[in-house]
Design a binder for this molecule. Structure first.
Ligand code: TEU
Ligand code: CA
Length: 534
């Protein structure tokens, strides 16, 4: 297994919302090319690019109609190669998004598949006869409704774990597996460095289960096959998007001897502040659990794997709005969250705009939303008659994926400099929350992130040192990272109150990182410190 992932610091780009250079209101590859020096300046060395393949856009590109092309609205394959070269010449690696649990219903394979029961592509997808005139089982789709869609033409249902425009591929079919391996080789031969693998644990289905989902009996076998046929020969890095795993299950996918994936995301802490993990049902954040969960994963993966450190992506509202104090301590709480998470052992993933400490935009009406999940959830919840329109809008504001998808605020000009036209999704430009302003301010979240990543790179204890949680009580946490006789203490006050320092606080030592100017009088509200001791 390739080891470069241990030094990786990954920046996720959602191309539709990064930078538009031709005024059509949609971000494009040229926009990313124009910002490569900015990306480099963050101290990241890897980019994960969300899908930029041709797609009808039912789920913003997570419904792919051609695995080997570039969507016209984003640019051309030539521009993609220019982007890749531009990254490589700056020492930045590129991870593409691998969306192979499903395709678009407009993918040629599915267009063929639905034509007749004996079409050569029929078995590329999962077709079932009706049972008692109804759906084959009770599985529901992530975006609402049944996971089965009836197709008149051939009198069978096809499975879709997401929208009905995202039919699930049939991984039991060896031809499908070969097509995917070939496609992976196509991008790796071009020079791409690896993949973020969308809902990858769903590729093997377990039909004995009452609820929809993956982790089916052949998951490990399918992944190992891809590893042998495509990933390993290219030393590609993979990070699996795998919801709901235990650390033991994650180890089974990522252990070095397994030959499956390099790493998996863990999102358990991102389910907090939501009743039963339901993103549209808020509850107060359990801060102790937040730190305990992260520590559990640090401990659980230390033997044989490498954790991923993530708190934002294109599916999540902003961390500042979810876990921080946007009203009173936007800078302090955004930087505390970064110091807390990225002091840990693992690969940092940051999502565009996170480096500015952005908070969620304010949506005034349903018309301002674009996300299929939000629009479907709104309609479904409204149909229950339990909530007023105002309550429903508050729910969407709390959990919508569009919160993290609004365009990047580059400067204080119209639409934040994102576009000269009409943006595909509203922009939100707040004073102090643009790249241009934060560049000028030494005490900005942006410059804090830069400093943090610089430290991680230069201090072995932070790069790969052993993790130990010493204290997690009363909204104060202390953990250490140790290597080569050096220990770095990470001390965080996860609250808006002043707190006393716990007894395990190191006396002496050099302060590496501090989100306050003080040398003493800790701990201030949301104060975070990295302290190096011998
Ligand atoms: O997301 C998978 C997923 O399970 C969720 O994070 C998803 O956002 C949704 O909230 C489920 O209720 C991945 C992608 O990241 C997401 O953008 C896609 O919509 C999805 O897969 C389908 O490809
Ligand atoms: Ca554009």
């Amino acid at each position: 297994m390739e080891q470069w992932h241990k030094e990786a610091v990954v920046y996720q780009i959602y191309p539709k919302s990064y930078l538009d250079t031709n005024g059509d209101g949609i971000g494009d590859l040229r926009g990313i090319i124009n910002k490569l020096d900015y990306i480099k300046s963050l101290g990241v060395n890897t980019v994960w690019l969300s899908p930029c393949y041709p797609s009808p856009g039912d789920d913003n590109g997570y419904d792919i109609s051609d695995y080997r092309g570039i969507a016209a609205e984003y640019g051309t394959l030539e521009e993609f190669k220019e982007l890749l070269d531009g990254m490589h010449s700056r020492g930045i690696r590129l991870l593409m998004d691998l969306v192979v649990n499903h395709t678009s219903d407009e993918h040629q394979w599915f267009v063929e598949s639905r034509k007749s029961r004996d079409n050569p592509y029929r078995d590329y997808y999962i077709w079932r006869d009706p049972v008692d005139g109804k759906e084959p089982n009770g599985w529901t789709a992530a975006f609402g409704g049944s996971a089965w869609e009836y197709d008149e033409a051939t009198g069978q249902y096809y499975l879709h774990l997401f929208s009905k425009k995202q039919p699930d591929l049939n991984w039991e079919n060896p031809k499908v597996r070969q097509e995917i391996a070939d496609m992976i080789n196509y991008w790796l031969d071009m020079g791409v460095d690896g993949f973020r693998c969308d809902v990858i644990n769903n590729i093997s289905k377990d039909f004995t289960r009452p609820y929809a989902g993956g982790n089916g009996p052949r998951l490990h076998e399918f992944l190992h096959e891809l590893h042998v046929k495509a990933l390993e020969p290219h030393k590609a890095l993979t990070v699996g998007e795998t919801w709901g795993l235990t650390p033991a299950q994650a180890l089974d996918l990522t252990g070095e001897a397994r030959g499956e994936l390099t790493m998996t995301f863990q999102f358990e802490h991102l389910l907090l502040g939501r009743v039963g993990g339901d993103k549209f049902d808020p509850e107060p954040l359990d801060k102790k659990a937040f730190v305990d969960i992260l520590a559990k994963w640090e401990e659980g993966l230390k033997e044989d794997s490498y954790p991923v450190l993530v708190m934002e992506n294109h599916d999540q509202p902003r961390a500042l709005s979810r876990f921080g104090d946007r009203e009173n301590y936007p800078y302090e709480s955004a930087t505390m969250l970064a110091a807390l998470l990225y002091g840990m052992r693992g690969v940092p993933f940051i999502y565009q705009g996170q480096e500015l400490g952005l908070h969620d935009p304010t949506f005034q009406s349903l018309e301002e939303y674009r996300d299929i999940e939000t629009l479907n959830a709104y309609a479904e919840l409204k149909a229950t008659g339990k909530w007023t329109d105002e309550e429903l809008l508050a729910k969407m504001q709390y959990g919508s994926r569009d919160c993290g998808r609004v365009p990047m605020p580059w400067n204080t000009e119209k639409e934040g400099g994102f576009t000269t036209g009409t943006p595909w999704l509203k922009t939100q430009i707040d004073p102090g929350f643009t790249v241009a302003e934060q560049e000028e301010d030494p005490k900005s979240v942006l410059n804090f992130y830069r400093k943090l990543f610089e430290l991680r790179k230069s201090i072995p204890a932070l790069a790969d040192g052993e993790f130990k949680l010493l204290w997690n009580e009363d909204d104060v946490s202390v953990y250490t990272r140790t290597a080569e006789g050096v220990t770095v203490y990470v001390v965080c006050n996860f609250s808006a109150e002043k707190k006393d320092i716990p007894s395990c606080f190191p006396h002496g030592g050099a302060i590496l990182l501090n989100n306050y100017d003080n040398e003493k009088e800790w701990l201030q509200p949301y104060q975070a410190l990295w302290i190096k001791t011998r």
